[in-house]
Ligand binder design. Structure first.
Ligand SMILES: C[S@@+](CC[C@H](N)C(=O)[O-])C[C@H]1O[C@@H](n2cnc3c(N)ncnc32)[C@H](O)[C@@H]1O
Length: 270
């Protein structure tokens, strides 16, 4: 049985966090901020602190790590785990309520911006919370950067469309989610006055992958859209989605099938 709560599935987040760690480390290094000392970090949407620790714990020049989240269970888990480590501060707090007087050298939003109702305003506000040397790091998905071949029935698009129109808006955690935010962040950053903007794509595909790895990719990148575990979704929608997902899953069994996706990472300075 997977560990569940009212908000995010923490086990799924942890699996996801592990799978991208090398690229996450690479991006933080590219930001240049690690050349400085006495760094203060803010991890927005830190969940239970699992990713926060993986990202920042290993650097001795990081002095303080603040994590905020609106998921009470996850924040309590984080508080409990780090109770004896005074480098960490975890708070149950909405990004809308951040104290504008505090300044941070790194503000990190890992898979968070796409879920916010007002992403551009938040990007703008966060600029005021950066130190002069500070960097904003945003990791976001974008379903437009996913494609596959062959797909005679246009299944991938049908899965995305059904999820976005009939499933995603009904869940508390995803009611504002923008699955196409990746491409928009550059203009959010430019229009709100950021400088030195960099963009990295972490590409994952089925090329030369084992069957086990292809199945994992299907599960993490496509299958999470299932509605079979959601009580507030119409039965007809559940069935339609299961049908699409089953057919897509069969495609991943075939060694010749090509699927590719990329996750976008933005770094920006004041
Ligand atoms: C997909 S999870 C990402 C967790 C973690 N950052 C990671 O990369 O594994 C999104 C997190 O953002 C949090 N979140 C969503 N809206 C928020 C808000 N307005 N303020 C603070 N946290 C928020 C959610 O509760 C959830 O824990």
């Amino acid at each position: 049985m997977e560990k569940q709560n009212n908000n995010w599935n923490l086990e799924k987040l942890e699996r996801q966090a592990l799978s991208s760690q090398d690229f996450d480390d690479f991006v933080l290094n590219q930001s240049g901020i690690l050349n400085y000392n006495e760094l203060i970090i803010l991890d927005v949407g830190c969940s239970n602190g699992f990713k926060t620790e993986m990202l920042f714990d290993k650097y001795n020049n990081i002095e303080k790590i603040v994590g905020i989240d609106i998921d009470e269970n996850a924040i309590n888990e984080a508080k409990e785990k780090f109770v004896n480590n005074n480098k960490y501060v975890f708070e149950l707090k909405n990004i809308d309520d951040l104290d504008l007087k505090q300044k941070y050298d790194v503000i990190c939003l890992s898979y968070v911006l796409q879920h916010l109702r007002n992403p551009k305003q938040i990007v703008s506000k966060l600029r005021n919370l950066l130190t002069d040397r500070g960097v904003l790091i945003i990791k976001v998905p974008d379903d437009s950067f996913k494609l596959c071949y062959p797909d005679e029935e246009n299944l991938l698009n049908k899965i995305f469309t059904l999820y976005e129109n009939k499933i995603m808006p009904k869940q508390v955690t995803t009611k504002y989610t923008d699955r196409h935010i990746g491409k928009k962040v550059y203009s959010y950053l430019k229009e709100t006055g950021y400088n030195n903007i960099k963009l990295y794509h972490n590409i994952t595909n089925t090329l030369n992958k084992s069957l086990e790895d292809r199945r994992k990719l299907f599960k993490s990148s496509i299958y999470f859209r299932t509605a079979s575990n959601k009580s507030n979704v119409d039965e007809s929608v559940k069935l339609e989605m299961e049908n699409f997902l089953n057919k897509m899953s069969e495609k991943f069994e075939d060694d010749n099938f090509y699927y590719t996706m990329s996750v976008l990472y933005y770094i920006a300075g004041k």
